[in-house]
Design a binder for this molecule. Sequence first.
Ligand code: SAH
Ligand code: SF4
Ligand code: F3S
Length: 489
Amino acid sequence: MSSHPSSHPSSDPISQARSKKSLFVRTYGCQMNVYDSERMTESLAPLGYEPASSPDGADMILLNTCHIREKASEKVFSELGRLRQIKDAQETEGQRTVIAVAGCVAQAEGAEIQRRAPYVDIVLGPQTYHRLPEMVARATRAAGAVLDTEFPVESKFDHLTAARKVEGCSAFLTVQEGCDKFCTFCVVPYTRGAEVSRPVEDLTAEARTLVAKGAVELTLLGQNVNAYHGMGPDGGEWGLAKLIGALADVPGIERIRFTTSHPLDMDDALIAAHRDIPQLMPYLHLPVQAGSDRILKAMNRKHTADDYRRVIDKLRDARPDLALSGDFIVGFPGETERDFEDTLRLVRDVEYAQAYSFKYSPRPGTPASMAHSHVDEAVKSERLAALQDLLNRQQVAFNRSKVGTVQPVLFDRAGKRDGQLVGRSPFMQAVHADAPERLIGRVVDVRIEEAHPNSLAGTVVTDVVDGVPRSEGRPPNRPEGNMPERVVA
Ligand code: SAH
Ligand code: SF4
Ligand code: F3S
């Protein structure tokens, strides 16, 4: 079952717009969900919906869900239980509450949601977000749930990016969606569908809009972002390196990052981009999942641990100060103590600046969930603790290595203390410093004085360069290049 836009004039969502209504959005999962939640919120503005900070009293509640691990999707059902109480209470007072569930749980378990939570009005998968206003208009008119988890031919991006807003100076830009890799543990190829890349010209246009609205940093998003293969302005197929080059030429873009990458798609052009494109920040999230070749094969990762080491070596040849981040799964079916030791060895070899690690979670419908050799929960917990202990020590060491250096920090928000700002170093570390609010959105040199496990602290360096006090920060649209400062010890 699916909803299709009807041509009847009264179904025009805009004509349904009445007085102001409030919309509460809760987002789970990855940055692509954050991006999608922003776009969905913007798409409902013409219907009169304004963002609310609490589900209590909201006219509409939207959950944008994640299916990646069991805990993530179970959270959705417990949250729906709480929302039902809010909906019931509001209904007794004569107020209608529309509940919508979007995202990867909606895609994977749409029918289950309708069965377990029949009070949910709208269930929509990630490919049909552009139809949300229409679905909301229908749900507010008629009783009965609306479900749309198709993979339609038209692109949601054509409909959803026109009214983009930018909060702060850093913006997400989805360049690619979906995944064709089919790692045996992962739901993403099923929930997000096949790899699709957006055309280069659409992306440079969106980037220019973002700059005009205050963005100086872009984070390019994709479930498999370095598999990007979009149509270039020349009609040819462009890879991610070429796209980054084009985005770096958009005036006002000072920093570019991208996530998440697969080691197999880390081609020479993208490695060279880390050397040649100054706006490309020296931080790379490159998940390897495991260090044992036997387990990597069972995961269908299609590379060995040494292949990964070689990619890291090439990257570090191109950009010696590159900070690396990764994802790890412990307790994949059949993982022995020896396999796990291989993971620890790989982590010691690579030395990560930061990383995420998870216990393997069997996901319905994935090949690995059908295995017979599941690892004991207690063993998974032990391995996770050992791995996280090693990764945490590496993170602390990396943060400490920056003490005494001067880092260009892009301040993006006020800190907790009065007079304090928080920003990011080139290596994605949070940096706190006392600085006036007008420096938000500026890249400012900060001498790093303290290292904590999850952040750095320092002092704004106030020397004068080219007649401009450094404490003023560089204006975002500096015409003469956007060279990030190199580290000076
Ligand atoms: N596209 C990205 C990441 C997708 S999901 C990539 O290819 O790396 C983010 C992370 O969740 C994965 O890198 C993996 O470490 C973890 N993950 C995915 N499925 C999982 C599962 N079934 N159990 C535990 N962790 C999982
Ligand atoms: Fe999932 Fe693997 Fe695709 Fe990443 S590459 S999204 S882990 S299937
Ligand atoms: Fe989760 Fe879907 Fe992202 S499963 S991690 S929200 S792609």
